[in-house]
Design a protein around this ligand. Structure first.
Ligand code: SF4
Ligand code: SF4
Length: 86
């Protein structure tokens, strides 16, 4: 994971029309590497992450991210890794 692919959690990409909490979900790969990773495996977080499946690929978020992250693909990568933990 290069630094260019790291979400800073600023939230400027939202709101998302699919209801995805991008600023949390795009940082899951970071959360999962922390000591408190189990906090992110609750039903509430599972529901939040599952919303990534509803991404419309509208790219509204991409246009708003000051770091020019490829958010839809970043979300998918985070979700794929998350599923290996649950
Ligand atoms: S591309 Fe996906 S994550 Fe981004 S704003 Fe559209 S629906 Fe939301
Ligand atoms: S705008 Fe970019 S850096 Fe900020 S929360 Fe959204 S994806 Fe992360």
């Amino acid at each position: 994971m290069s630094t260019e692919e790291i979400c800073r959690g600023c939230g400027r990409c939202m709101p998302c029309p699919a209801g995805i909490k991008i600023s949390d979900c795009a940082r899951m790969n970071l959360f999962l590497r922390g000591e408190s990773f189990e906090e992110y495996l609750t039903e509430e977080w599972k529901t939040k992450m599952k919303r990534i499946e509803n991404c419309l690929r509208c790219n509204l978020c991409k246009g708003r991210c000051p770091h020019r992250l490829d958010i839809p693909n970043l979300l998918i990568r985070n979700y794929e890794e998350y599923k290996t933990f649950i």
